[in-house]
Design a protein around this ligand. Structure first.
Ligand SMILES: C[S@@+](CC[C@H](N)C(=O)[O-])C[C@H]1O[C@@H](n2cnc3c(N)ncnc32)[C@H](O)[C@@H]1O
Length: 291
């Protein structure tokens, strides 16, 4: 594949070292100020992604900066955010376990800072779409600005919508993705938006939320209900000093997946009342028909 040349308005991932990295939009005549000197955009435009530039003034500063094309994980970790975001590893699991990919139609609530929205938007291209909702004006504004910065506005809409109350008028979408405080309260409503065999994804930081969501999914006839937690360890690799990094994010959240089924009832094998039910006798559970 041909080299990709940096143009005006492209988003670049500018890296000084392991700790100092920025997502920057390249303007025609502008510059980017750092405490290690100034990066001039006219020295970046026309170069291929993967080049290096040196900070000005060259004699006093002259630090080497790397110019990369941002990956979805770079958007997420460096975007403007106020709410807890979805981390790239969780987004990766969401993509493969939900089946969201090119052409998928997805309803998302809430969009928060738009971190997950941007990852999903990136993967449904060129003919899929993310309909993302939130109830907080600040989240809507921030998410929209992040979506525009990532140049995904043709594949994503950010709108006001309360997933618990509003009729959002969707049908036959491939997936519904929830990252909000009370996902279990949304299950009955969003079931109508999903196509049969479609996937429900719910991200929750606590196991109490997971339990309530799982019970709501069962009550609403969902199937293949599974919850996962991912723990990611990064490694420092050095001569004679290779080991897991000392600091790590210990917990992000639990991710529950489920599939919508057309009819769970089996008319040929109706459940017969059991002879051996548990019965309560003065508060003591006993097995037997207690006749
Ligand atoms: C943790 S944030 C989502 C973060 C997002 N996934 C990201 O990666 O940036 C939770 C969001 O859910 C929104 N929310 C809460 N209740 C909602 C509801 N009933 N309908 C839509 N959004 C809701 C909140 O306003 C908040 O912005």
């Amino acid at each position: 594949m041909a080299e990709e040349i940096i143009k005006k308005n492209d988003l670049i991932y500018l890296i000084l070292d392991n700790r100092r990295k920025w997502l920057v939009t390249v303007e025609e005549e502008g510059e980017f100020q750092t405490h290690k000197g100034i990066i001039k955009f006219n020295e970046i435009i026309g170069k291929p992604f993967g080049s290096v530039v040196f900070s000005h003034p060259h004699e006093a500063q002259g630090y080497k900066f790397y110019v990369l094309k941002p990956l979805p994980s770079d958007y997420v970790l460096h975007m403007s955010r106020k709410t807890q975001i979805i981390y790239p590893e969780d987004a990766g699991l969401i993509l493969v376990y939900s089946g969201i990919g090119p052409g998928s139609k997805v309803v998302e609530a809430g969009c928060g800072s738009g971190a997950l929205t941007c990852i999903l938007g990136n993967y449904v291209r060129p003919d899929g779409y993310i309909y993302s909702y939130d109830i907080r004006e600040k989240s809507l504004k921030r998410a929209l600005s992040n979506v525009v910065k990532a140049n995904l506005q043709d594949f994503v809409s950010i709108q006001y919508g309360d997933i618990l109350i509003d009729d959002l008028k969707h049908e036959n979408v491939d997936s519904v993705v929830l990252d909000m405080p009370q996902p279990w309260k949304a299950i009955e409503k969003i079931k109508n938006y999903l196509k049969f065999s479609g996937t429900l994804v719910s991200f929750s930081p606590t196991i109490e939320q997971v339990k309530k969501t799982t019970f709501a999914l069962k009550e609403n006839g969902f199937y293949e209900i599974n919850t996962y937690e991912l723990i990611k360890r990064k490694f420092q690799v050095k001569e004679n000093a290779t080991h897991p990094e000392v600091r790590m994010i210990g917990h992000t959240g639990y991710i529950t997946f489920a599939r919508k089924i057309k009819d769970l009832r089996n008319p040929y094998r109706e459940k017969k009342p059991k002879r051996d039910e548990f019965v309560e006798l003065n508060g003591m559970p006993l097995r037997g028909n207690n006749e």
